[in-house]
Design a protein around this ligand. Structure first.
Ligand code: HEM
Ligand code: HEM
Length: 350
């Protein structure tokens, strides 16, 4: 922890050049996306396991607090992706190192050039939504819905520290994750670069579909066309139907063969989770180099959290959504106090 404080204070005092600021921004943006990913994968799995909770989670995403967070998320993904590509290029072209500074400024410029039109499109949707939608989930309920995540994160940290303490007692304090320079770390160094390059089109594609072309507000728009499903309509106006239709769409058309978006999401889930949680391991172990017990805990925490996320997200993708989930989704919308679609009124009435 001391080394974390030292890094922050030194960064501010030293006012390091653009190189230092890029390093900090890359780190902070990566951590921001990891946090979002954790909530997002768990939320998405609810479309399968607890459709009612999924409707509430999406209602929270459609509230002003999350709307602000989504602008920050998009900025983090875009900056981190461009800067990641800069890191990859310079790692493989050491003779260009003298241009590092210019490249770091170019990344900032490119990020701004990308974000201006993207933010403008997002803003149009936000204004349109809040101008028309009579329903906004209250802040108290939005915050309350996040409480279990906060508790889960604290429990995971305590669990990892206890496990590390126990392992330390049994093994006499050997260090996990202290194999810098080993084959193991060289593998992860290459993995971060290869996965970063592969993630870029997947994450950008996902964000463009979910955030720019259609937008998070369209997830619950009754009668709207669901993106990437060859024209299927969201008859119930539930987020659960949105995901059901997308996961059932294959290259051959809706409801035939292996889901196209299921395959896409499996690739996305695997790559971003392993990349993101290994990145989190880098950050946490960096700040615990002189404390073997905490360093080991950091490795356990990221390993266990990454595996849990893969299992939860993977299970949801493999299980898929039952059509009966729509009844639960309709009931949840009624309980939230939303205006119900004709489909939901009929289902609830029946
Ligand atoms: C969009 C394409 C992406 C690219 C090109 C990319 C690239 C990179 C690169 C090259 C590194 C440096 C690895 C190292 O120091 O060895 C890195 C670190 C990291 N990435 Fe990504 N990444 C991308 C997406 C993501 C996503 C989606 C997440 C979160 C789920 C993420 C989280 C992290 C974290 C936490 C770090 C560690 C930062 C640090 O050590 O300071 N990245 N990324
Ligand atoms: C706020 C912007 C976003 C929205 C509205 C959104 C929306 C969705 C939706 C509706 C799904 C359900 C499946 C589908 O329809 O394909 C989904 C799945 C997924 N998204 Fe996003 N997404 C966003 C940002 C992101 C980002 C930035 C990442 C990566 C860092 C990401 C990673 C994933 C993954 C891995 C899945 C599959 C989850 C599972 O296995 O159950 N999403 N997203």
């Amino acid at each position: 922890m001391n080394s974390l404080v030292l890094t922050l204070t030194e960064a501010l005092r030293y006012r390091g050049g653009i190189g230092q600021w890029s390093w900090i921004l890359h780190r902070v943006s990566g951590l921001g996306v990891v946090l979002f990913l954790t909530l997002h994968v768990i939320d998405t799995s609810w479309a399968v396991f607890y459709p009612g909770l999924y409707e509430e989670a999406i209602a929270a995403y459609q509230s002003p607090l999350f709307t602000l967070g989504e602008f920050a998320l998009v900025a983090c993904v875009v900056y981190h992706a461009y800067n990641g590509i800069r890191i990859v290029i310079f790692d493989f072209q050491p003779r260009w190192w003298k241009h590092q500074q210019r490249a770091a400024f170019a990344v900032l410029g490119l990020t701004a050039v990308t974000l201006v039109p993207v933010f403008a499109l997002m803003l149009i949707e936000v204004i349109d939504h809040y101008g028309h939608s009579p329903f906004v989930l209250g802040l108290d309920r939005v915050l309350l819905a996040q409480a279990p995540f906060a508790v889960g994160i604290v429990v995971a940290i305590i669990g990892a520290v206890l496990l590390s303490g126990l392992v330390g007692l049994v093994t006499g304090g050997g260090e996990a994750g202290g194999r810098a320079g080993s084959k193991f770390e060289r593998f992860w160094w290459s993995f971060m670069r290869v996965s970063g390059v592969l993630i870029l089109p997947l994450v950008f594609g996902h964000l463009v579909l979910m955030h720019v072309v259609q937008g998070v507000f369209a997830l619950t728009e009754a009668g709207s066309t669901i993106i990437g499903t060859r024209g299927l309509l969201n008859v119930s106006g539930t987020a659960t139907e949105f995901v059901l239709a997308r996961w059932n769409t294959s290259l051959a058309g809706p409801t035939a063969g292996v889901g196209l978006w299921k395959l896409y999401d499996i690739g996305l889930l695997l790559l971003v989770t392993v990349h993101g949680f290994n990145g989190l391991r880098y950050v946490l172990t960096d700040y615990t180099t002189d404390k073997p017990m905490l360093r080991r805990a950091a490795t356990y925490l990221t390993l266990i959290a990454g595996v849990v996320l893969l299992v939860v997200g993977g299970a949801a993708l493999l299980a898929g959504i039952e059509p009966t989930a729509l009844d639960m989704a309709c009931h949840a919308q009624e309980e939230l106090g939303k205006t119900l679609s004709e489909f939901c009124q009929a289902r609830i009435g029946g």
